[in-house]
Write a protein that binds this ligand. Sequence first.
Ligand code: SAM
Length: 236
Amino acid sequence: MPAAPDRMKGVYDQYSGIYDRIFGPVFQHSREEVIRGLELAPGEQILEVGVGTGLCLPLYPRNGRVTGVDISQGMLRKALDRLEEHPLEHVNLLAMDAGRMSFQDDCFDLVIAAYVVTAVSDHRALMREMIRVCRPGGRLILLNHFRQDSRLVGAVERAISPLCKHVGFRTDLSVDDVVGEWPLRIVRDDRVKPLGMWHVVEGINEKASVETGKSTSGTRPETATRSMSGDGGSRG
Ligand SMILES: C[S@@+](CC[C@H](N)C(=O)[O-])C[C@H]1O[C@@H](n2cnc3c(N)ncnc32)[C@H](O)[C@@H]1O
């Protein structure tokens, strides 16, 4: 039976024409701070899930390989337009549900989600997949709003979350709700602009001790082709 269409796909398809104007400048400082501070080794394989219109793409160093995936064709179209204007040979884009990725296990050194964990229908599926495709000892980076510790602010964030879901994100998840159940050693949880209400959380993938359903039959990032259809282009 085919999988049910993801509601967020439609929401972000509708946003795609105006996304950069609304969510571009206000978060760009944090995108820059986080990506430019990654200290990537040459040749690292990087996966950006929920790459959107590609606002992060020009920020990655050119000595790594960057694969971006998104479920929304509308958002990806904008990212492809960006790459046509400013060619980035080290970047590859694929249409794919980040909760059911077609990549092999362990094939990325670093997996990043910028403003995505609270914008997906199923954050557990996203985290499970990010961990599966990241190699043991690799890094996961989450740049996101998380529910505040303050009881008052946290209560407001819980209250408005059902409304926010209609416009593409939720506000009720804490850092622990998202990372707590996974084999990650959290080495960083810093507040970033705007207003210090967003976090950058970095975890080291310690999955060696858990069974992730080892798969060697999916796509390898270096063999994937830039694709706007299907579940991720060619198989390796
Ligand atoms: C708030 S936007 C963030 C875009 C980009 N990372 C940025 O920094 O602006 C969330 C993105 O997640 C994507 N998304 C939502 N659910 C997804 C899923 N299941 N798989 C892949 N992408 C998804 C949306 O299409 C959208 O592009």
